[in-house]
Design a protein around this ligand. Structure first.
Ligand SMILES: *[C@@H]1O[C@H](CO)[C@@H](O)[C@H](O)[C@H]1NC(C)=O
Ligand SMILES: *[C@@H]1O[C@H](CO)[C@@H](O)[C@H](O)[C@H]1NC(C)=O
Ligand SMILES: *[C@@H]1O[C@H](CO)[C@@H](O)[C@H](O)[C@H]1NC(C)=O
Ligand SMILES: *[C@@H]1O[C@H](CO)[C@@H](O)[C@H](O)[C@H]1NC(C)=O
Ligand SMILES: *[C@@H]1O[C@H](CO)[C@@H](O)[C@H](O)[C@H]1NC(C)=O
Ligand SMILES: *[C@@H]1O[C@H](CO)[C@@H](O)[C@H](O)[C@H]1NC(C)=O
Ligand SMILES: *[C@@H]1O[C@H](CO)[C@@H](O)[C@H](O)[C@H]1NC(C)=O
Ligand SMILES: *[C@@H]1O[C@H](CO)[C@@H](O)[C@H](O)[C@H]1NC(C)=O
Ligand SMILES: *[C@@H]1O[C@H](CO)[C@@H](O)[C@H](O)[C@H]1NC(C)=O
Ligand SMILES: *[C@@H]1O[C@H](CO)[C@@H](O)[C@H](O)[C@H]1NC(C)=O
Length: 458
């Protein structure tokens, strides 16, 4: 019985594709950069400082007229690891990347270290600051790996000047450390907190802007689940033991703290903790139970990046094995398969959704980059490999389980049509009681998904 129920819900959430509201606004076969001159570009290709196929976009962020893209130095030949494109320039869908804040910040000094080494993800806060989490590693997938201490670099987005650089203290960086993701709690611009997830060695490094100090929080919920380490993307099967990765920060709660929703990469589960417990290491250590398990996304549902839209309270997250992005309303009591909405799924265009953001204009941005093919095989330079998706949040969540508008119009319209079928399904699932899943909730799922499935399946 449980099997049938999961099957039906799985189909509803994952097979329907009629509500996908996202539009591809940028796409690239290979990345290219805005070099000072065509000669400089040619020279960079000849001397190996630009190897086009080694450049892969990883993080995305939008602020004002700029869309930022990070290009980590996993392999050699990355000329600039933090770049942007101008959103106002609509002359091409494959614009060249412009180094941020300038080329000088990406030029290696005598010790081989540029000002910005290799950020994976970044965050523009509401106080016009760009927080760059620099992993500090060059060539981590190739020979001659160079390691510098990870750091936060914080830029003023009005002037593009470096406001602050904070290098992580030695005792907060471990041998296996890999800082991949960042969330910024910016309720108070002068008392801002940044959270950096250590995906290599389970931990969160918390930085206080006011104190100019950081500390490291650990918890067993940050660890990878050994039963969730197998991934399969586009025919590539691989095992990753990545720890805490996705960080989605809610808007301020009534107590002025936020809720941090988080999950390890190798895990099906979602967890949450109030930032009250992250802002002080000893408080975190003595309140182990403040970290909560919310629930499971279900089998095969490992997730990388996530993001909470503070206005609607919707948590968006990637589903890397399913080539999909899904959502959950944080006001929902239950985190389970039924309460998750399908935002977008596509086996061509959404292969490895790598970053998700909502900008300050209520729009959702998603970057997909086919990373497993790039890591374990080879990307075809004649195909589109990297895409940026866009939709206003309300459009993206419309007709999904995360829809915040009452949909009584649609319910009324279809209720009579499918009530009988629903009852039939419900009786199949659970002939004795409606406690596990009431016909109404199933009905709502049916309506808020897509009716085509009903016809196909039944
Ligand atoms: C390669 O060429 C670029 C562009 O002229 C130049 O900036 C860079 O310093 C050169 N790198 C090496 C290693 O010679
Ligand atoms: C591109 O932008 C310009 C100026 O912002 C505008 O006039 C033009 O209509 C736009 N073109 C398209 C195809 O959107
Ligand atoms: C690393 O070096 C070895 C030996 O020089 C070479 O065979 C291999 O292709 C190199 N790997 C990369 C990723 O450059
Ligand atoms: C925040 O800091 C800035 C600059 O240090 C100062 O001008 C401003 O008054 C401060 N604001 C608050 C609310 O403390
Ligand atoms: C913050 O602390 C670091 C050392 O941890 C120091 O190098 C830096 O100058 C400090 N910045 C400010 C703005 O106090
Ligand atoms: C890869 O994994 C998928 C799903 O887990 C499985 O169906 C497939 O047979 C595997 N392929 C290989 C080559 O191991
Ligand atoms: C939350 O912050 C606001 C504005 O800073 C303040 O007025 C309010 O008292 C704070 N609430 C709590 C519970 O601390
Ligand atoms: C952290 O909390 C402990 C216990 O409540 C307190 O004694 C300590 O002063 C706090 N540390 C900081 C840096 O606020
Ligand atoms: C905000 O988004 C709306 C569409 O949702 C768009 O019309 C408008 O131009 C955007 N404004 C800015 C500043 O990006
Ligand atoms: C639904 O069931 C009712 C009685 O149980 C029946 O009268 C009605 O015709 C059915 N409607 C459809 C569309 O099958």
């Amino acid at each position: 019985m449980g099997g049938l129920k999961s099957l039906i819900i799985f189909q509803l959430v994952y097979i329907t594709r009629c509500m996908d509201q996202l539009h591809i606004v940028y796409e690239w076969k290979q990345l290219d950069f805005e070099f000072p001159t065509t000669e400089a570009r040619q020279q960079a290709i000849e001397n190996g400082s630009f190897i086009p196929e080694n450049n892969m976009p990883m993080g995305v962020e939008v602020s004002g007229d700029r869309l930022f893209i990070t290009v980590p130095r996993w392999r050699s030949g990355v000329p600039a690891s933090l770049t942007y494109i101008n959103l106002k320039d609509n002359s091409t869908m494959s614009p060249k990347l412009i180094p941020y804040p300038n080329w000088a910040a990406h030029t290696p000094r005598a010790d081989g270290k540029p000002e910005i080494v290799s950020p994976f993800r970044i965050r523009a806060d509401r106080c016009d600051r760009l927080w760059v989490l620099d992993s500090g590693k060059i060539n981590s997938l190739g020979n001659n790996t160079m390691k510098f201490p990870p750091a936060f670099l914080i830029y003023d987005l009005k002037t593009d000047k470096l406001l602050r650089k904070y290098t992580f203290p030695q005792d907060q960086v471990k041998d296996e450390s890999g800082f991949a993701n960042i969330a910024v709690e910016d309720r108070d611009c002068n008392d801002t907190y940044a959270y950096a997830s250590d995906t290599g060695k389970p931990g969160i490094v918390v930085y206080s802007w006011a104190k100019n100090d950081s500390w490291r929080i650990t918890h067993h919920f940050f660890h990878p689940d050994p039963l969730a380490c197998d991934f399969s993307v586009k025919g590539y099967n691989f095992s990753w033991t990545d720890a805490i990765f996705g960080l989605g920060l809610s808007g301020p709660n009534p107590d002025n703290y936020s809720t941090l929703y988080f999950h390890p990469m190798a895990s099906y589960n979602e967890f949450a903790v109030s930032t009250e417990y992250l802002r002080n290491q000893s408080v975190a250590d003595s309140n182990f139970e403040a970290f909560k398990l919310l629930g499971s996304r279900g089998p095969n549902a490992q997730s990388s990046a996530s993001f909470v839209d503070p206005k609607t309270g919707v948590l968006f997250y990637s589903l890397v094995n399913l080539n999909a992005v899904a959502c959950w309303r944080t006001t929902n009591k239950d985190y389970n398969m039924k309460n998750q909405g399908r935002i977008f799924m596509n086996d061509e265009t959404m292969v490895y959704p790598t970053d998700i953001k909502v900008d300050y204009n209520d729009s959702l941005w998603i970057l997909s980059n086919r990373m497993p093919i790039w890591m374990y095989g080879k990307l075809d330079p004649n195909e589109v490999n990297f895409r940026v998706f866009y939709a206003p949040v309300l459009d993206a969540i419309s007709h999904t389980a995360c829809d915040i508008t009452p949909r009584s119009d649609i319910l009324d319209k279809f209720v009579n049509k499918i009530k009988n079928v629903t009852n039939k399904i419900a009786s199949k699932i659970n002939p004795n009681s409606g406690a596990a899943i009431s016909p109404f909730s199933l009905l709502a799922t049916l309506v808020s998904s897509c009716l085509i499935v009903l016809t196909i399946s039944y």
